[in-house]
Design a protein around this ligand. Structure first.
Ligand code: TXA
Ligand code: MG
Length: 343
């Protein structure tokens, strides 16, 4: 826990900054968020400008544990209350029909709204201090559009430090979960059932255990989510994933070819290249993944090579993020091995 977590003055200052329409970055248990008053369209527009994000992408509204869901959403099905009881505060976002009084800026013009009550103590303290606990803080991940989400305050400062767009960065230490919240769409429950828009720490099976219905994969008419774009969560250095056996061969070949690799792995293997070994559990791997991608991005390597995790369900969230980070890198390993080695 950091000092600011225990610092009510910093929380109060951040709440006043949000009320004044400024942007405040804050820790959550998943990743750091870039927050603004969800009911102030100009403040929400400032998030889009700071991130370089298209205006038609909706953002998640973060609520205090005591906040009224009915202020934000309408036609709330009993399943939404059941899921809130089971998983809030925590890493689950629900998409519901947006209440008529809520500005459409937070949902990029869609008739829905994404709601989540985070469990990080700093986030909860901030949400309670902001507008007496009855406000909503619109917050996407605190990174430039398409880039890796931040899991440390330092990552947020690296993203926005220089441009003055962010009034304050609250420091709450390392985000425990490490990948973004699970998103389940309940806005079309009656016609389509629940739909899993983004996998995360709260699994489809855990959701099914509460509402007796397994969330389906998104159909074409499902609400749009930028975290579901093919290319997302990407460092600047190309990323490729390989199974353990192939990867060990590639390491040797790249060394011979004079290529510089940065390796992210979980098996016990040795290499002369820059490497970070992550825990071999889905939770441990997710917790450390984004910091590892950022660290390896700073190595000046030709490629970040990631040991592909197992394909089983517990790794779904991690595999989803890695697949998007690696999107567009097909052929890169081949290309690096076939061209003449650099100087
Ligand atoms: O863990 C998280 O969810 C983090 C922390 C800060 O809470 N936030 C986060 O926000 O990941 P962002 O904006 O990077 O991703 C939110 C995702 C996007 O894919 C967005 O399109 C989707 O949620 N989303 C938000 N509201 C939506 C809506 N009304 N309909 C469909 N998708 C929505
Ligand atoms: Mg994001």
């Amino acid at each position: 826990m950091s000092l600011q977590e225990l610092d009510p003055a910093a929380i109060e200052a951040a709440a006043r900054a949000l009320e004044a329409g400024q942007l405040v970055a804050f820790p959550t248990e998943t990743v750091y968020g870039l927050g603004a008053d969800a009911e102030n369209p100009a403040a929400v527009a400032a998030i889009y400008a700071a991130k370089g994000r298209p205006q038609d992408h909706p953002v998640i509204v973060h609520l205090a544990p005591e906040a009224e869901m009915a202020h934000w959403a309408c036609d709330i099905p009993p399943e939404a209350h059941a899921l809130a009881n089971a998983f809030w505060p925590g890493p689950l976002t629900m998409i519901l029909k947006r209440a008529p009084n809520i500005p459409d800026a937070v949902s990029g013009g869609q008739d829905t709204v994404g709601l989540r009550c985070p469990s990080h103590p700093v986030a909860i303290a901030l949400l309670r201090a902001f507008k007496g606990g009855q406000g909503g803080v619109a917050a996407p991940s605190a990174n430039k559009f398409g880039h890796v989400s931040p899991t440390l305050a330092e990552h947020v400062r690296d993203e926005f430090g220089a441009d003055g767009s962010v009034a304050m960065v609250l420091d709450g230490g390392a985000s425990q979960v490490g990948i973004e919240s699970t998103i389940v769409d309940l806005s079309r429950l009656a016609t389509h059932g629940p739909v899993l828009l983004r996998p995360g720490h709260v699994s489809a099976e855990a959701i099914a255990a509460v509402i007796d219905q397994l969330p389906a994969a998104p159909d074409v008419a499902a609400p749009r989510a930028s975290g579901t774009l093919e290319s997302h969560y990407a460092p600047h250095t190309p990323v490729a994933m390989q199974d353990t056996v192939t990867l060990v061969q590639t390491l040797g070949q790249m060394e011979e070819a004079g290529r510089k690799l940065a390796l992210i792995h979980y098996s016990d293997l040795w290499t002369a290249h820059a490497a970070i070994r992550l825990p071999a559990t889905p939770e441990g791997f997710a917790h450390a993944l984004y910091a590892a991608l950022r660290a390896m991005d700073g190595q000046g390597a030709d490629l970040i090579l990631v040991e592909a995790p197992p394909q089983d369900g517990a790794w779904l969230g991690v595999n989803d993020r890695l697949r998007r980070a690696a999107h567009g890198s097909t052929g890169i390993v081949h290309g690096l091995l076939n061209r003449d080695a650099g100087v």
